[in-house]
Design a protein around this ligand. Structure first.
Ligand SMILES: [Zn+2]
Ligand SMILES: [Zn+2]
Length: 364
């Protein structure tokens, strides 16, 4: 099998800079990574080919040897390759796939990851909650106990892979293994398949599990439960729980703070009032002092949300908004007009100051 040119593989010119090579490899790794293309052998080959090309071209010494001698530079035990040469590759993959695809460590080929969408209320997100969820997981078929064979019929070892479930092959610098297609990776040769699972040995079954949602979790957060994904003899996948927080009728959230707007009347703003304020801990009474302006924000310390992954709690910020009456009776209109006559510029110092500045602007 003839090997493709490393520069062609990475789709870069022979004079490409180290950064260009790195970017080209990142793009190809994102596209062809086996986690993104499960079961796609062609993609896996492209991925390995690109990784090999990058391992060479990202290393100045190896690159200059390759430029001079081509692939023959590394053939027949040439100027020795060792697994350390792939350090650069794993650094990039760790950066690309570390968190998202394998939870901070490189993934063994094992069970697939599963996802579950969980909707919780504003208060549950703020205070934390234990939830029982039913996750559809592939589990051993109960009828055949996972063997895949109809009860009472024999199971032999697969003769393609001698029961190992995998076939090894050499690809360039890689010794790799792929699932045996004689037995689809099970290592077994089933004479009469189980009716229930059609010989696969597994069935999707809702499995109830409890998950702890920590206080302060944000909308859109993802909780990963290690090993709770698809089961596999070579290691279980993970379960990713996507958390959606429902909107609250009154509260908004900003980090660990809760924002709340409360309408008050003009007389309350002028005369002061005690108003009921809902909080996560229940109702509290808040004093609005006489002469409170519309838009004034009051801070209720420690009435917010526990700081996620930290200490302490946020605050609740209450904005009071003076509501201007829109539908008024004739009597109310008369009273307000009288009030307007009664109120002079001393009563509205902000308005008086504004009018002074406005006049100054046009007289100058
Ligand atoms: Zn079965
Ligand atoms: Zn096999």
């Amino acid at each position: 099998m003839s090997k493709r040119d490393y520069y062609v593989i990475l789709e870069v010119s022979r004079t490409a800079s180290g950064d260009e090579i790195k970017q080209a490899y990142r793009a190809l790794a994102m596209k062809y990574h086996p986690d993104r293309n499960p079961g796609d052998v062609a993609a896996e080959d492209r991925f390995k080919e690109a990784s090999e090309a990058y391992a060479v071209l990202s290393n100045a010494d190896k690159r200059s040897q390759y430029d001079r001698y081509g692939h023959s530079a590394f053939e027949g035990g040439g100027p020795g390759f060792d697994p350390g040469d792939f350090g650069a590759v794993s650094d990039i993959l760790e950066g690309l796939f570390g968190e998202v695809f394998s939870g901070g460590r490189r993934k063994r080929r094992g069970g697939r990851d599963l996802t579950y969408d969980l909707e919780i209320t504003f208060a549950e997100a703020a205070l934390g909650v234990d939830k029982t969820i039913a996750v559809n997981r592939p589990a051993d078929c109960e009828t055949c106990g996972g063997s895949g064979a109809k009860q009472g019929t024999p199971v032999h070892s697969c003769n393609v892979c001698q029961g190992r479930g995998q076939v090894k092959y050499q690809r360039g610098l890689f010794a790799a293994a792929r699932p045996c297609h004689g037995c689809r990776g099970t290592g077994k040769n089933i004479q009469t398949p189980c009716d229930e699972c059609k010989g696969t040995g597994t069935k999707m079954r809702p499995e109830s599990m409890s998950v702890k949602i920590p206080a302060g979790v944000q909308d859109g957060a993802v909780r990963t439960v290690r090993g709770a994904g698809e089961a596999s003899p070579t290691g279980n996948g993970d379960l990713h729980i996507n958390i959606n927080v429902a909107n609250h009728a009154l509260f908004k959230r900003e980090g660990a703070d809760i924002l709340l707007s409360i309408p008050i009347s003009f007389p309350q703003a002028v005369l002061g009032a005690s108003i009921d304020v809902p909080t996560l801990d229940g109702k509290v009474i808040m004093k609005v002092p006489p002469g409170t302006q519309s838009g004034k924000v009051f801070r209720l310390r420690g009435k917010g949300i526990p700081v996620y992954g930290g200490y302490g709690k946020g605050d609740q910020l209450v904005t009071v908004v003076v509501e201007v009456p829109q539908q008024i009776t004739r009597k109310q209109r008369k009273l307000i007009a009288e009030l307007a006559d009664e109120i002079g510029s001393d009563t509205h110092p902000q308005q008086a100051s504004f009018l002074r500045k406005l006049r100054g602007l046009f007289e100058a």
